[in-house]
Design a protein around this ligand. Structure first.
Ligand code: ZN
Length: 264
């Protein structure tokens, strides 16, 4: 596939298109870097938000535990008072039957109070454990907050650096675009978009390095002739000869020229 370009300076056009592709590649890389920086900050922010959520949930659990603990302590107080009263009643004159009933009630109440005491002790231990882990979580949040602040600072600096580099490249891009005719420029833009940033590729060993298909004899002739913008017949990318092939071309021209002298 060969597109004839009326304007002279085919080599210059190809070089400008290659430069433009290089600039576009660097802009793309810088934008990807900026996205990666932003993603990192976002990741730290998300982690921090998750930790804070967990901290709030644990604080609520702790509050609920303390409320329950208070209720149990009140309950225990009541039972202890009951034990006290039953003990006094037990020591006053009673019939054997009344004594036995009171003694049974006292035993049940003491057993309940003892269970409640065990429960309260367990809850107090849980509360201590939770407070310890709460402190650990707070320390982790503080460390994440410091990490986030550092990441944000560095992201801001890096973004500013990347931004000014992109700005300079876009200016360079604008100048290059101004030096290229609209027809090849539109072709380049279209290929850049559709061919994953590879609009201009080298022809190496008689193949296109974009799609690795062997080039037609016609394409090779045009590339050697340097008189047209040559595109790969298979993928449509714009082709250029690599330096090694350029030297080879010079050797062939030299040989053809001298052969003519010798023969004719
Ligand atoms: Zn190709």
């Amino acid at each position: 596939m060969v597109d004839s370009i009326v304007k002279s300076g085919m080599k210059q056009l190809r070089e400008r298109l290659r430069k433009l592709q290089d600039v576009d590649g660097r802009v793309r890389e810088l934008n990807e870097r900026k996205t990666a920086i932003d993603r990192n900050v976002h990741h730290v922010r998300e982690r921090l938000a998750h930790l804070k959520e967990e901290l709030n949930s644990r604080a609520l659990d702790q509050k609920n535990l303390e409320v329950k603990l208070k209720e149990k302590e009140l309950d225990l107080g009541g039972k202890e008072k009951g034990v006290e009263q039953l003990t006094i009643q037990l020591n006053t004159d009673k019939s054997n039957r009344e004594y036995a009933t009171l003694k049974h009630e006292l035993a049940v109440l003491r057993a309940d109070a003892s269970l409640l005491e065990d429960e309260i002790l367990q809850m107090m231990e849980d509360s201590d454990e939770r407070q310890k882990s709460h402190k650990t979580l707070i320390a982790e949040i503080e460390s994440q907050e410091q990490e986030l602040a550092a990441a944000e600072r560095s992201a801001e600096e890096e973004s500013a650096r990347v931004g000014s580099q992109v700005q300079a490249l876009l200016e360079q891009r604008g100048n290059l675009c101004g030096e290229i005719d609209s027809e090849p420029l539109e072709l380049y833009q279209r290929l850049l978009k559709n061919k994953d940033g590879q609009a201009v590729v080298a022809a190496r060993n008689f193949s296109c390095t974009g799609c690795y298909m062997t080039l037609t004899q016609n394409s090779i002739n045009y590339l050697m002739g340097d008189s047209a913008l040559v595109r790969c017949h298979s993928c449509g990318r714009i082709l250029y000869l690599e330096e090694a092939h350029q030297s080879l071309k010079r050797v062939i021209h030299f040989w053809v020229y001298h052969s003519k002298d010798n023969i004719f």
